[in-house]
Ligand binder design. Structure first.
Ligand code: FAD
Ligand code: FES
Length: 527
């Protein structure tokens, strides 16, 4: 594989060791570090698409806004996305209709379509050069799925008010004539980091303040501590992908999954710019059944980049299927070559990322349960570009005192009784992770550990996470996740310690990179 040069773009600018195409093709977007206490109207924590869109909208509405990001702009999951802009949701509209009712399915369709329009309008207003294109999206059946489900989905999307149609062959894929598909018309795609760069510039131009390498903690209704300084605000928005404030059990209503991406060149003109998805593996053991998602992006004057994703599993639980990350990339590549044989022999990129999957499939965006002035945007699954934009619209309205028509649908306080079965299944999976306390550890001794690798050791009743650095030094931490005490697992692909319970992740220095843990792994001295 022709790996990108990661010289300065190492894991401290991203939530994993592998460099995504977006990160590789953009400058690092950084601002000053905090150096004093700050008092503002709105404090936004998190510099991904959720935080930046909310900041931009609130500034436009005349609010005083400060945004803090503990890495750099886009260094979380936004920099690792594939950036399909679509109202074809991860879960089917017939599922939404059955779970929430016809009217709610309509509102979901309307809100995601409006989010694509909103992004397009922002791009046009700010003149952001981010290769935004309106494209069609094609949903075709996974080999485990049934023909009748495509028809059911067609009917449900029509009822929800979407512009869809059925085609007897899926455009541009190999073996197309055997693949009927559901077309979602007028979807879109863009280069996410070029978009975020444009948003960040607009935020500064409108008088907002952005701080990077600015870590927020002790989040309360009065504000937060940021790098030790007091940042006080009337309203606080936690846009950290997974909330890192104390929430009322949001972590039981959504679950963290890892998802994998490969990208390789194809000569320009061989494929139309489009989005393709399969309907997902119905035989999968996971509650959120993995599906494949594919698109093109401009690469250079001769080539486009084919970007293909999928092969998901619950975070920290790849071992439950005995399929390593490397094997998942290989499977993804084989699947992609089957449908898109023109893919270059050498892949240009491989990376993975984290998605938060709500049990009932819709994001949680609005007031944090039990709080009046703390807001969250999370649970955005594989539709985080649009979910985050909807979240920004809902929260902006809420702060301005305007009732938003999508507010109740996405309320973080909602309880969805119809998905209780999946809730119990996920809760059972989570509880079983505590058995790791009595399982054998994956390492017998640190002598087994080559440079650049990590693992978990048992020492009496203790579980120790160890990592051997490239200079041969050993780093050791408690392997007990500070969130609720599960044992973290080594992720050899992205070089992190991942918690199988609620998806907290820690880098090789023990620093937390994904919540809900609010603190790092405690350091341990070992011989
Ligand atoms: C491989 C992959 C493919 C995807 N494909 C699609 C797709 O095609 N279409 C789609 O719509 N969605 C897709 N998604 C989902 C989408 O990318 C995400 O949902 C979205 O980017 C999340 O944005 P965010 O702003 O909520 O989170 P993030 O981008 O993760 O931003 C949160 C930020 O908060 C910062 N932070 C965390 N804690 C703190 C703290 N204590 N103090 C300060 N800052 C903090 C983090 O550093 C991070 O930068 C995909 C996701 C992945 C991983
Ligand atoms: S993330 Fe909850 S216990 Fe680790």
């Amino acid at each position: 594989m022709d790996k990108p040069d990661p010289t300065f773009k190492s894991s401290n600018i991203s939530s994993g060791d592998n460099v995504s195409f977006w990160i590789d093709s953009s400058p690092i977007i950084s601002y000053n570090k905090p150096d004093q206490d700050i008092d503002t109207e709105v404090l936004i924590i998190g510099g991904g698409i959720a935080g930046l869109t909310t900041a931009y909208k609130l500034l436009q509405a005349g609010k005083k806004v400060v945004l803090v990001e503990d890495g750099f702009i886009g260094s979380g999951e936004s920099g690792r996305t594939t950036a399909h802009l679509t109202c074809a949701l991860d879960d089917r509209y017939y599922f939404l209709e059955n779970t929430f009712g016809e009217n709610a399915a309509k509102l979901a369709a309307e809100s995601h379509s409006a989010a694509i329009d909103e992004i397009e309008q922002i791009i046009n207003t700010l003149n952001i050069d981010c290769s935004f294109k309106r494209v069609n999206g094609y949903l075709f059946l996974h080999s485990t799925d049934k023909e009748e489900n495509l028809d059911k989905e067609f009917t449900a999307t029509q009822k929800a008010g979407l512009a869809t149609s059925i085609l007897q062959a899926t455009p541009a894929i190999a073996d197309a004539e055997n693949q009927r598909c559901l077309v979602f018309h007028n979807q879109a795609q863009f280069h996410i980091l070029h978009y975020l760069n444009g948003l960040a510039e607009a935020i500064i131009a409108l008088g907002g303040n952005i701080y990077t390498e600015a870590h927020a903690e002790e989040i309360t209704k009065n504000g937060a501590k940021v790098n030790g300084f007091n940042f006080s605000a009337n309203d606080i928005i936690v846009a950290t992908n997974t909330p890192v404030n104390d929430t009322l059990a949001i972590h039981t209503k959504q679950h963290a999954y890892r998802t994998y991406v490969i990208a390789g060149k194809i000569p320009k003109g061989q494929l139309p710019y489009s989005l393709w998805w399969d309907t997902g593996d119905l035989d999968s053991k996971w509650v959120s059944q993995p599906y494949h998602y594919v698109r093109l992006e401009e690469f250079d004057e001769h080539y486009d980049l084919l970007i293909s994703g999928g092969e998901d599993h619950k975070t920290g639980q790849a071992d439950e299927e005995n399929i390593s990350a490397m094997e998942r990339y290989d499977r993804l590549e084989a699947w992609t070559r089957n449908y898109f044989p023109m893919l270059d022999n050498d892949l240009s990129y491989r990376w993975s990322g984290q998605v938060m999957e709500p049990v009932d499939s819709l994001g949680f965006m609005g007031k944090n349960p039990g709080d009046d002035n703390i807001y969250i945007i999370t649970g955005d699954s594989g539709n985080g570009m649009t979910h985050s934009t909807i979240g920004a619209m809902i929260i902006c309205d809420s702060i301005l005192g305007i009732k938003n028509k999508w507010e109740d649908l996405y309320s973080p306080s909602r309880i969805t009784l119809k998905t209780t079965g999946d809730y119990i299944k996920e809760a059972g999976n989570m509880a079983s992770q505590y058995l790791d306390w009595i399982k054998k550890s994956d390492l017998k001794s640190t002598a087994d550990l080559p440079p650049g690798e990590g693992g978990v050791l048992s020492s009496g009743l203790k579980k120790i996470a160890v990592y051997r650095d490239y200079d041969n030094s050993l780093k050791a931490f408690s392997a007990v996740c500070p969130h609720l005490g599960c044992i973290v697992q080594w992720n050899a692909d992205e070089k992190s310690f991942d918690c199988p319970c609620h998806g907290s992740r820690f880098d090789t220095k023990g620093t937390v990179i994904n919540g809900p843990s609010q603190t790092d792994l405690p350091k341990i001295h070992i011989k």
